[in-house]
Design a protein around this ligand. Structure first.
Ligand SMILES: NC(=O)C1=CN([C@@H]2O[C@H](COP(=O)(O)OP(=O)(O)OC[C@H]3O[C@@H](n4cnc5c(N)ncnc54)[C@H](O)[C@@H]3O)[C@@H](O)[C@H]2O)C=CC1
Ligand SMILES: O=P(O)(O)OC[C@H]1O[C@](O)(CO)[C@@H](O)[C@@H]1O
Length: 385
């Protein structure tokens, strides 16, 4: 069996690669990172290490790399013959790889390959594969859409495993937490006969993806944004602070009440699920930065994302969402110079402050306006600590 996987990063190598290899797939990893692609092509194997006392190693072999920026034709050829396509590349990148996936699917048509194939986006987002499908269809001519309709599935999926940023001499080595969960929406599969061991298949993914996103991801982000306002740099240090832990528990209580009301999860089971998540965040064998977990704050503030959606839905259900609101307030203070979205968000706020200064003072001197706006922003941040 063959798989083409887009994104040879942390979760790509650290979870999707492990699962595919354990199911005897050979894997073509597609990425733009030359160091990773070269290492994959020279060694064709890599190791995963469990972030646990055992430090158990998992060996992954039969892997190759393709740089889609330099060798797009190789990606097309690989998709033409593959049994499965997966991605773990980032929600915002899906639109950029979609045209290449479309070309690969058209190549299947040209070769007369009518073996059904699924394309699974393993991203932290609701409806990831459906979004990728929309982007792929934008790049398909009408006559090719008919082929893709018949032979290609885009089942949504939820993937759960914490894989922090990696710091090893070996560029392929990846340290991961022991916990892992990958759920695929079976009802959306083109080839339901191809089931992977280690993956669960659900008739309706919605309860699973919402439970995961609004517990693991809302919770983790809460630790990051609360910790950041208190001056911490790592998740491990932040969660030791009672104020952060209490904020996390408060947020999980609100999302938990919503999930229980919406999906009928048993309260006792859900509380056990939440406890496990808190333990995962506290794992002393993982060193995870607040910058990574809080990355791309504008995306995380999105309408269907981990804060705004549970807030909207809690309101609709007449449930509490105060702790979620408090955390959203903290997102707007997330100031990480190496994160483009954080910089943009801070700039947007600065512009708004300047607008208020101009309209209240009638000042025309822009230098003075931005000096006052700068002070306002400092005060704003200070009062939210
Ligand atoms: N790290 C984690 O714990 C988890 C991550 N995810 C999701 O998986 C996705 C990837 O996350 P990570 O693995 O953490 O990120 P990462 O940054 O480690 O990996 C992303 C990879 O995509 C590559 N890439 C970026 N743009 C590309 C392009 N245009 N073409 C080809 N390759 C490109 C990068 O070079 C990188 O190797 C995200 O959507 C994330 O939400 C989901 C569950 C767990
Ligand atoms: O990948 P995103 O959407 O930026 O979110 C980061 C979150 O995803 C994870 O990497 C895995 O769910 C968490 O560790 C972290 O909370």
């Amino acid at each position: 069996m063959k798989a083409v996987h887009f994104g040879a990063g942390n979760i790509g190598r650290g979870f999707i690669g492990e699962t595919l290899a354990a199911n005897d797939f050979s894997i073509d990893f597609v990425d733009v990172d030359d160091t990773i692609i070269s290492a994959l092509n020279s060694r064709h194997e890599y190791d995963i290490e469990l972030a646990a006392p055992s430090q158990e190693k998992i060996h992954v072999e039969n892997v190759d790399g393709i740089n889609n920026g330099k060798e797009p034709e190789k990606v097309v050829a690989a998709i033409a013959e593959t049994n499965l396509v997966t991605t773990a590349i980032g929600p915002k990148i899906l639109q950029f790889i979609a045209p290449l996936i479309a070309e690969g699917l058209v190549a299947r048509k040209k070769q007369g390959n009518t073996q059904k194939v699924d394309v699974i986006a393993c991203e932290n987002m609701i409806g990831g594969s459906a979004h990728l499908k929309d982007e792929v269809y934008k790049a398909l001519a009408d006559e090719d859409q008919a082929f893709v309709n018949e032979y290609v599935g885009f089942p949504n999926a939820a993937v759960d495993r914490i894989v922090p940023l990696q710091k090893h001499d070996d560029p392929l080595m990846v340290s991961v937490e022991p916990f892992k969960e990958w759920v695929v929406d079976e009802s959306q599969m083109a080839n339901p006969d191809l089931k992977l061991e280690g993956v669960s298949y659900a008739p309706n993914l919605e309860p699973y993806i919402e439970r995961k996103l609004f517990s693991v991801n809302t919770g983790h982000a809460t630790v990051a944004y609360t910790g950041k306002t208190l001056g911490y740099d790592t998740i491990g240090d932040a969660i030791k602070d009672e104020r952060v832990l209490n904020q996390l528990k408060g947020v999980l209580k609100e999302t938990g009440d919503l999930l229980i009301a919406k999906w009928n999860f048993k309260r006792e089971d859900h509380e056990a699920y939440q406890k496990k998540i808190i333990n995962r965040f506290e794992n002393p064998y993982i060193s995870d930065t607040i910058a990574r977990v809080g990355r791309t704050p504008i995306r995380k503030l999105g309408f269907d994302e981990r804060f705004i959606r549970p807030i909207r839905e809690a309101k609709e259900h007449g449930l509490g969402y105060e702790k979620l609101l408090e955390t959203v307030g903290k997102i707007y203070q997330f100031n990480v110079p190496e994160d483009d979205e954080s910089v943009k968000l801070q700039q947007m706020l600065q512009d708004k402050f300047a607008e208020v200064v101009t309209s209240t003072t009638d000042l025309k001197d822009q230098e003075l306006v931005s000096e006052i706006a700068g002070k306002m922003s400092e005060e704003f941040t200070a009062t939210h600590k």
